[in-house]
Design a protein around this ligand. Structure first.
Ligand code: XIL
Length: 424
């Protein structure tokens, strides 16, 4: 299937950018800065402001504006304060949060107010990836992750690490040499990173997207740069074993996308089963759930049921939830062609309400499934979502908060049991 043709050209470009402008010593270029020069993320003039502050404030203002909402929803009553509403609504069920860049958490960034008002868990869109943390052999950039972890602790939030091994964010040098040399280098990287945050980060995506892109393939494993360099899929268990050795108490996750589709889901389950049969210390299953407005939410919930039915001891995290308003044909993600037309800055209410209905069904379903221990959105507000630039540059509306950082219909639909979603 589709998604993320981005890969190697972007990585090569990023490596070159790093050489030119320096990714070492904490001043790394974010992926999309490099990507914005390629067609990978479909833009040469990204409208987003994702360039992380090289010195994120590790000691943020303890008393930010508690209500990022601005205007009130007519069905919300006089008080209208939404302080704590999202995290409190699901406090007995699962942690809620999202993935951010460090720059969203400093100063008076509006996303920071939302994060502090609504989340009890935090993740990272890019700054925990290997090409950011270790762009060159022997060079480690921990400043951003240190700041994120400190911020999460200061604000009583959990943190989930994404991701120790992902084919798209693997620096080239990781894959040089014999399989034994690659194994030693991977183990050294994972040991260094996990040991640094041992006891502070509980949930780790150890491998990300190791399932094949061919939903008809009988071999469920991705034919990736890792598989090619190692000559087998053993790198997966090397990664899990190294993470477990560094922190035996950590919950170690496998994570993947399009698990809402039955064929991909079956391939995912097969890999999980094989890893467990081999005694690999896998403790959790991550479902990314990058969805679009045409999804049947029951299919999404079926992905969790499949995990629950087969592996009752595994924790489930929803790791990257967003709900695109576009349902592009498969070629769009690969070629940036034949993509759905841009809605522009105003989304028709009918689409927004359809999204609200899906999200409401999903959250009701998550609540009904005790294996679900964390639900993360991939971003905070529509303004900053990666889906405004991937697969092409156009307005998208995939998150709980809108371009003015106000809670959307969906927010009220999932936090207020009396809220009535307007008809489509
Ligand atoms: C994406 C981020 O959103 C971008 O900002 C970054 O430049 C590239 O990676 N699946 C994943 C995530 O597991 O890591 C990807 O995140 C989105 C798809």
């Amino acid at each position: 299937m589709k998604l993320y043709s981005v890969a190697l050209s972007k990585l090569l470009l990023l490596s070159v950018s790093c050489l030119l402008i320096g990714c070492g010593g904490g001043g790394a270029a974010p992926a999309q800065s490099a990507a914005s020069e390629t067609s990978s993320f479909g833009t040469s003039s990204s409208p987003t402001t994702n360039t992380p502050d090289p010195n994120p404030d590790p000691d943020p203002d303890p008393d930010p504006d508690p209500d990022p909402s601005g205007t009130e929803d007519p069905q919300q009553g006089d008080e209208g304060s939404i302080e704590g509403l999202f995290r409190n609504t699901f406090a007995n069920n699962f942690k809620v949060g999202g993935a951010v860049y460090a720059d969203q958490l400093v100063g008076d960034h509006p996303d920071r107010a939302i994060v502090e008002s609504q989340f009890n868990s935090l993740g990272s869109e890019y700054e925990m990836k290997a090409d950011f943390i270790a762009p060159e052999e022997g060079v480690y950039n921990f400043e951003r992750v240190d700041a994120l972890v400190q911020y999460a602790e200061d604000n009583n939030m959990e943190i989930r690490f994404h991701a120790l091994l992902w084919h798209e964010s693997t620096p080239d040098y990781f894959l040089e040499g014999t399989p034994e040399e690659i194994k030693t280098r991977l183990e050294s990287y994972i040991t260094t990173v996990v040991t640094r945050y041992k006891g502070r980060i509980k949930s780790w995506d150890v491998v990300n997207e190791v399932v094949t892109v061919d939903s008809n393939a009988s071999d469920p494993y991705r034919q990736s740069n890792w598989q090619a360099a190692v000559g087998s899929n053993d790198y997966i268990e090397w990664a899990f074993n190294a993470a477990h050795a560094a922190d035996p108490d950590a919950i170690l996750f496998i994570n993947d996308y399009e698990t809402e589709f039955p064929q991909k889901r079956a391939q995912y389950m097969q890999i999980i089963q094989e890893l467990l049969d081999k005694g690999v210390p896998l403790g959790g299953v991550g479902h990314q759930f990058h969805l679009n407005v045409d999804i049947d939410p029951q299919e999404v919930l079926a992905a969790i049921d499949a995990t629950d039915a087969l592996f009752e001891d595994l924790v489930v995290h929803v790791t990257e939830l967003d709900l695109s308003v576009y349902n592009d044909p498969g070629t769009c993600w690969h070629t940036q062609e034949n993509c759905d037309a841009d809605y522009g800055p105003e989304l028709p209410d009918s689409i927004n309400n359809k999204q609200a209905r899906i999200i409401k069904t999903l959250f009701d379903g998550f609540v009904a499934r005790p294996s679900v221990e964390m639900v993360h959105f991939w971003g905070v507000s529509d303004e900053q979502s990666w889906l405004n630039r991937s697969p092409v540059e156009r307005s998208n509306f995939p998150l709980l908060f809108d371009r003015n950082y106000e809670p959307k219909t969906w927010f009220h639909a999932i936090t207020d049991p009396d809220y009535v979603i307007p008809p489509e």
